[in-house]
Write a protein that binds this ligand. Sequence first.
Ligand SMILES: [Fe+2]
Length: 388
Amino acid sequence: MIIINSILTSFLETRSNTEEICAPLQIEDYVIQPIVDVSPPKWHLGHTTWFFEEFILSKYVSGYKRFHPEYAFVFNSYYESVGKRVVRTNRGNLSRPTVSEVYEYRDYVTSHVQAFLEENDNDTITQLIEIGIHHEKQHQELLLTDIKFILGNNPLLPKYNETFTENIVSEERLEYIVMDEGIYDIGYQGDGFCYDNELGRHKVLLQEYAICNKMVTNKEYLDFIIDGGYQDSLLWHAEAWDWIQNENIHAPLYWHKIDGVYNQYTLQGLKDLNLSAPVTHISYYEAFAFSQWKGERLPTEFEWEAAQSLFKWGSRWEWTESAYLPYPNYSKAPGALGEYNGKFMVNQKVLRGGSVATSQEHTRPTYRNFFHPHLRWQFTGFRLVKQK
Ligand SMILES: [Fe+2]
């Protein structure tokens, strides 16, 4: 019963935290999708609700009546085995269901899950609800970064929240931590929750390397810009060079040059560039080009994990040089939930760490995030490695 109570508490807190993230929004903010990667907040609210309805209530509650027969079509994200859905590019084209109808949907599903959980204490149900909770926590991070893009893409540059601190400055002296050549254990070990992509704990041989205890700062990145980093094709991958030309990229996302001086849009509104803070909202392409300019390189995800207990992390997702691949003995969950991670293991780079938007429960040493190399609307940064 203790387990049920703690799962129920966690479930209710998570549902309410999602809604708290949306509390500063105006109705119009909930609906738009300025780029394909950024989903409307209304969609996140509905999708995280659909997840519980689809994978738990409709399967395990006898006689469960869905809130609306078409909502699975509207709020399914990418689960091919579950059914057809609104294509991703159209999420921002839907004026209905309304925001208030989506909140009613949330209340309906939350109360049904609560009632169901209070009457059922088997492991299958609690594990599924746990996945639903963690899924919603992942969406809370996306929700916040999507809100930042929606507001930061608006010429009025509206503030989201006066107290949200994005820039966490490390006062430590910069040093490189030498890691001996050796065989290191990689992957999750323990009794807590983790995703399938962290499992398959295995051994990796690493050469000697030295990893920086601090992340690259805005000041260092500004030096790269001033030194012509964005104009030197020799620093860039071929597809990255095409990308900066085609997209007219010459600074991190949210940097605004006003009267010759860079400012940064933050969730607190437009601010002076904080030179001591870790650079953020950059692509893998840019992190790599900077490393070339500096004569160093990005860590692999294994180097990062082997050394992570020796430096502070957690304010930025950190790009690594590693492709997102399955660990040895990786096995995905049966059925539709097997679509959660495995099918994305192609053409993406691994990020490690966590960010100011990441749930503390997801800020663990083995957590593997992944994005395509040109994306930068998450709170992404990087640290460097020197080969010894
Ligand atoms: Fe999702």
